[in-house]
Design a protein around this ligand. Structure first.
Ligand code: PLP
Length: 407
């Protein structure tokens, strides 16, 4: 595709105007919104207002006056259309890892007698570590099978199936509905990690009959570095499941200062401690970037951008890199990965030329196509630059070979 043709696609893009909702530096092609979403144009002012006007002027009265105490549920409600759930099923809290711990532990407590936690091999490390730790603590078995074997591995001993919906490496998507149905038929519960799904593709937690889910606030949701995460508990389970991390914010009356814990009704019982208000202010602005956006358009653009990149890269340098994502675009979410023996150095050379993606060991170059702000024209240019770097072996430079702490 020529740059001219790509520019025409941008002109016809129903999401084109959403790009103005972000601050993006000139001269940079940002293909890493799947790792850290770009800065929403409204975020800096939201942070300043919260700090200067609210914290600065109204001090502690802000908890009531500005409703801070309800921000974890008020802001979570904005996620409802993004993940296909009811506002009352969602909460902003903690980090993804901590939310996962809470929901996994709650689910395991609700399935006494069953001894297996089922996940997939090569699931995201934190998801594996949290599950390993809990299984050890509770004397259960953690079973990890290849992604394609998950359905067949569910049996009567399975207490919980926990999976990342979209693989962080390959972008392969699990069939959420099929796995939920199989788990339920076996009497098990499911806990989904939506970190690479929410804000990237269409989700329907209700329609898929999902039990529990968590997800990341700083990737496609644009909540800022280290943004709080979200958790989802299906309405039907809210009476049955109990948070394992009972804190005062999850108490029915935190300011009664009772000696004994009494769970708050509904999703609030999954709160633990005092929410980080400044971080919530940024996440609020991040979620507002989805205002009026149809998820169908979002998913269609994710696919169109990533497919264009695959086609352009393979046309230019198909012999030097190997697609490590599903070839069928319907089986991928928003990002794609290409393997190259010197993937780390190639990615550093790309970043040096203003094309920002990331690297995932051992040899994967990952490119994210955040549909709200990525242009078709940028995708063609990124593929051109990658082609140049590989042809000229520009990556073969000591500057690009030394590994940094964050890849
Ligand atoms: C990014 C990501 C996380 C992040 O976990 P934190 O606790 O928020 O650092 C968790 N799971 C998956 C699948 C991710 O991609």
């Amino acid at each position: 595709m020529t740059l001219d043709e790509a520019t025409k696609l941008d002109a016809a893009d129903p999401l084109a105007s959403a790009r103005a909702r972000f601050e993006l530096p000139d001269g940079v092609i940002y293909l890493d919104g799947n790792s850290l979403g770009a800065l929403p144009a409204a975020a800096a002012e939201a942070l300043a207002t919260t700090a200067e006007r609210q914290w600065g002027e109204d001090l502690i009265a802000s908890w009531n006056k500005h409703g801070w105490i309800d921000w974890p549920t008020r802001i979570a409600a904005k996620l409802a259309p993004i993940v296909g759930a009811k506002p009352s099923e969602l909460l902003i809290a903690d980090s993804t890892s901590v939310c996962l711990f809470k929901l996994l532990a709650a689910a395991l407590r609700a399935r006494p007698g069953k001894r297996t936690v089922l996940t997939q091999r090569r699931n995201f490390p934190t998801d594996r570590y949290v599950a390993q730790g809990l299984a050890e603590m509770l004397g259960l078995t953690l079973t990890a099978v290849p992604a394609e074997d998950v359905l067949a591995a569910i049996d009567g001993d399975t207490a919980v199936v926990t999976l990342t919906h979209v693989d962080y490496r390959s972008a392969a998507i699990h069939d959420m509905r099929a796995i939920n149905d199989a788990a339920h038929a076996a009497g098990a519960l499911t806990v989904w990690d939506l970190s690479h799904s929410a804000g990237a593709i269409e989700l329907d937690l209700t329609g898929a009959r999902s039990d529990l889910a968590v997800g990341c606030g700083y990737k496609y949701l644009n909540g800022g570095p280290g943004a709080p995460a979200f958790l989802y508990v299906a309405q039907a389970l809210q009476g049955e499941l109990r948070s394992p991390l009972q804190g005062w914010m999850g108490h029915a009356q935190p300011f009664a200062f009772d000696d004994d814990y009494r769970a708050a009704p509904g999703i609030r019982s999954f709160l633990t401690g005092t929410p980080s208000i400044l971080a919530l202010a940024a996440l609020d602005a991040g979620l507002d970037t989805f205002d009026g956006i149809a998820l169908r358009d979002l998913e269609a653009k994710s696919r169109a951008l990533s497919q264009l990149f695959v086609d352009e890269v393979e046309a230019r340098c198909g012999r030097e890199v190997t697609l490590a994502s599903p070839r069928d675009p319907a089986k991928r979410a928003s990002h794609v990965v290409f393997a190259h023996e010197q993937g780390y150095a190639v990615m550093q050379a790309l970043i040096d030329r203003g094309v920002i993606g990331d690297f995932r060991a051992p040899d994967l170059m990952r490119f994210g196509f955040t549909p709200l702000y990525t242009r078709f024209e940028a995708v063609v240019r990124a593929a051109e630059i990658l082609g140049d770097i590989l042809t000229a072996r520009a990556w073969d430079d000591p500057r690009f070979l030394e590994r940094k702490k964050v890849t």
